[in-house]
Design a protein around this ligand. Structure first.
Ligand code: SF4
Ligand code: SF4
Ligand code: FES
Length: 261
């Protein structure tokens, strides 16, 4: 969701405190784009979920719906358990990324009280769907491997110049930035922000093999990125994508060209 102003966060917390569990909650309708498996046709199915408090999230709704015995949809038809991925439930792992009301978000960080109803859930569209809201994001990790995006030696922590690397290390590889990128396609040579952000760490810390990595960066990030910055305010980790992009382009492309002259 990009950098959310502090005052907004405080207002969000305040409003959640003000509306507690004592209030009678209305059921929320959740529309889900479902698919039994990769090869099956998608279809919409709707469920009702009654929040226990105004801080209930989409992740809590999915867990609540799945915990029902003899699960039924909004029309009373028998339904199968909804498949989706989760792990930390604390915005730390990126597993629960999905499209929520048209925007890529983390289900564990999407509050029902702040969403337009009915709440529409779809899988991320840039990755193959495994089932329901579960996608195969392995292309992101293959891309990092292709670029050899890892440090070849120990990093030296705590220097001021390492701040961009610390910012970049907050990337949880959720794929939300790729969802909104007009230039990223899973099979293209452009690897998107999910590869640019970890690259910023390498460009900051690397002492050896820097030339090769700069070349990988130029080929897989600099040349394919249209600099539209559609991805700027979408990151659930609130990473300063624009700042890192400017620094990384300078470190990998402009400084290198200047050094060659
Ligand atoms: S700046 Fe535009 S083209 Fe580049 S990664 Fe972001 S959305 Fe994609
Ligand atoms: S940069 Fe942000 S949106 Fe993109 S993969 Fe990393 S955490 Fe997710
Ligand atoms: S479950 Fe880990 S980020 Fe949502």
């Amino acid at each position: 969701m990009g950098r959310v102003p502090k005052s907004t966060i405080l207002n969000r917390r305040k409003s959640r405190r003000e509306t507690g569990p004592s209030e009678k909650a209305e059921p929320v309708r959740i529309d889900i784009l479902r698919r039994k498996s990769t090869d099956d046709a998608p279809y919409w199915q709707s469920f009702l979920y009654t929040p226990e408090s105004s801080s209930d999230t989409v992740a809590m709704a999915l867990t609540g719906i799945n915990s029902q015995e003899n699960l039924r949809d909004v029309d009373g038809n028998p339904a199968e358990e909804i498949r989706w991925e989760k792990s930390c439930l604390q915005k730390k792992c990126g597993a629960c990324a999905m499209v929520i009301c048209g925007r890529p978000m983390l289900a564990c960080d999407a509050f029902l009280s702040e969403l337009k109803q009915p709440v529409r859930l779809e899988p991320l569209r840039k990755f193959p769907v495994v089932a329901d809201l579960m996608v195969d994001r392995s292309v992101m990790f293959r891309n990092l491997k292709d670029m050899s995006a890892w440090l070849q030696q120990n990093a030296e922590p705590s220097e001021k110049k390492n701040l961009p690397a610390h910012e970049a290390s907050r990337c949880i590889q959720c794929g939300c930035c790729l969802e909104v990128c007009p230039n990223f396609m899973p099979d293209s040579s452009f690897f998107g922000m999910a590869a640019m952000v970890p690259s910023a760490r390498i460009l900051t810390f690397s002492k050896t093999g820097k030339g090769e990595f700069q070349e990988e960066y130029r080929r897989h990030i600099y040349e394919g990125c249209g600099k539209s910055l559609a991805c700027r305010n979408i990151c659930p980790a609130g990473i300063d994508i624009e700042g890192l992009l400017v620094r990384s382009n300078a470190a990998a492309v402009w400084h290198r060209r200047a050094a060659k002259k």
